[in-house]
Design a protein around this ligand. Structure first.
Ligand code: 5GP
Ligand code: ZN
Length: 109
């Protein structure tokens, strides 16, 4: 948990976000600046900086994030049309929030 981390604050309900889904490992909410008609963020409760910081013990969390991406794509009605699941990794990879998250993007015509 990092006190100055916006996603930790969201996870702890200290910063508002409407959770579309929540379980004991993660939450899902809409990206505030969507890059696609459907743009959701799948965010683990645990503060992990980036994919560079995961190891074998985080395998369950990462697996849960991907399975939740699939579930949310189905709920959003974009499973058949298709979608992207994306991790930006560190600054050069476009990461600006240093709390692990998986982007779900889709809904293009
Ligand atoms: P990154 O570039 O780090 O992979 O993606 C971070 C994403 O978080 C960006 O797409 C950005 O729009 C989104 N974001 C940043 N701050 C907030 C916030 O306070 N609330 C929500 N819902 N999304 C945020
Ligand atoms: Zn955090």
């Amino acid at each position: 948990m990092a006190h100055d981390c916006i996603f930790c604050q969201i996870v702890r309900n200290e910063t508002p976000a409407d959770f579309l889904y929540k379980n004991d490992a993660l939450v899902v909410f809409k990206d505030i600046h969507p890059h696609a008609p459907v743009h959701l963020l799948i965010v683990p409760l645990k503060h992990i900086r980036s994919i560079n910081d995961i190891d074998a013990k985080d395998g369950g969390t990462v697996s849960e994030m991907i399975l939740t991406g699939k579930l949310m794509a189905k709920k959003a009605g974009i499973a058949e049309s298709g979608y992207k699941l994306l991790f930006n990794v560190e600054r050069g990879g476009g990461q600006v929030i240093f709390h692990l998250h998986l982007h779900l993007l889709g809904g293009w015509k």
